[in-house]
Design a protein around this ligand. Structure first.
Ligand SMILES: [Zn+2]
Length: 248
């Protein structure tokens, strides 16, 4: 049982002590710098010391270098089983990602991240709502994540559906949340779902508006950002090139 009243995880102080005693943590606190983390292979999951020593900008750098490895066909020499065991009694993710459900945009794969590195919110069109905001507030305020990254992607089916005014059951209401981005996108050419240039422009605007809405609709997260504890940033993943473009 967790002993911390605000903690929703299955771990606790006692569990972590046992976990530390067991010697699963390979990187000692004294050498747990984020630059070291970014450069070297990590055998186990992020520790609290490692995560807490990182700035939001360093978390972004970790993601950027991971995406560079992915694009080169490289990856860290990670051991998922050791990451699973190291994180079983506690998690210290560095970021919370809001991304689309698209099967071709799995965050951990395209940014070479491991078990315990990030929280994931996935919903078609990467829109925010109360439940997503609640998840993010837990991730940042209670669990200590340093970065909220809203990641859209090219050729997004949800964005195409919003542009085409698609109607289907509960999907209709979800797509309505993307409509403001369709309206707000300044575009000189053909504004249709068949024009991928327009679709991608709307997806980019949708990321911007979602990041803005997160600040507007969550005073908790807005204050964390104002205080410098977290950063709220946007990104676009290009399905064709494999590149994640960060808007910072
Ligand atoms: Zn999508």
């Amino acid at each position: 049982m967790c002993e911390e009243p605000t903690c929703f995880c299955s771990s606790g102080t006692r569990g972590r002590r046992r976990f530390l005693k067991a010697g699963f943590v390979a990187v000692a606190a004294g050498i747990a710098g984020s630059s070291l983390l970014a450069r070297t292979a990590r055998a186990d999951a992020l520790t609290q010391v490692q995560r807490d020593s990182m700035t939001p900008e360093q978390v972004i750098e970790m993601m950027k270098s991971g995406n560079e490895r992915f694009r080169k066909g490289e990856r860290k020499n990670r051991n998922y089983l050791r990451e699973q065991k190291a994180s079983a009694n506690g998690q210290y993710p560095a970021a919370v990602l809001l991304s689309c459900i698209d099967s071709r945009a799995p965050a951990e794969v395209i940014m070479d991240l491991g078990i315990g590195d990030i929280f994931n919110c996935r919903v078609a069109g990467n829109i925010e709502n109360e439940d997503i905001l609640g998840s993010m507030e837990f991730a940042c305020k209670l669990a200590g994540a340093k970065l909220i990254l809203v990641m859209g992607h090219t050729a997004c089916g949800a964005v195409k559906g919003a542009i085409a005014n698609a109607q289907l059951g509960n999907l209709t209401g979800l797509l309505a949340k993307i409509q403001p981005a369709v309206q707000a996108t300044a575009y000189g050419g053909e504004r249709s779902a068949n024009n991928y240039s327009f679709v991608d422009a709307v997806a980019r605007k949708n990321v911007e508006l979602t990041a803005r809405n997160i600040r507007k609709d969550s005073p908790v997260l807005a204050k964390l950002e104002t205080d410098g504890a977290i950063k709220i940033a946007g990104a676009m993943y290009n399905l064709e090139t494999g590149a994640v473009e960060f808007f910072v």
